[in-house]
Write a protein that binds this ligand. Structure first.
Ligand SMILES: [Zn+2]
Length: 120
């Protein structure tokens, strides 16, 4: 905040295991941009962990969690999900999208609660 945040989520079999925060080089609250070199280096690190890129995430600091035309046009790969976290509302809303041929479709996802800590 106040700019859009962005990064990659990686893991195995649709289970997110790692979050890769990237810097929004445009420092904009409406768009994000990361140099190709940085993205490629991050993808290499993900491969070294034997994980796959599952999603590209970014935040919408002030607008609804709906992909903009810019988001859809610049989405790199139909096999990678788009995750948008909107801070328009409190608490923030997170949405997962599948993008195919410039059409977006909302997907369900769930967050596993960590196991309750045992008595000490
Ligand atoms: Zn966006």
């Amino acid at each position: 905040m106040p700019y859009e945040a962005c990064g990659l989520l990686s893991g195995i079999n649709h289970n997110v295991q790692s979050i890769w925060q990237l810097e929004n080089e445009w420092k904009s609250d409406r768009r994000f941009f990361v140099r190709k070199k940085i993205v490629e280096e991050t993808v290499q690190k993900i491969k070294q962990l034997n994980e796959q890129v599952l999603a590209v995430y970014h935040s919408h600091p002030t607008t609804a969690p709906v992909p903009s035309n810019y988001d859809i046009t610049n989405h790199p790969d139909d096999h990678v999900f788009m995750v948008i976290i909107s801070y328009k509302t409190r608490p923030p809303i997170t949405k997962w999208y599948h993008i195919q041929e410039s059409v977006y479709e909302s997907c369900s996802f769930f967050v596993e609660q960590p196991a309750e800590p045992g008595p000490f």
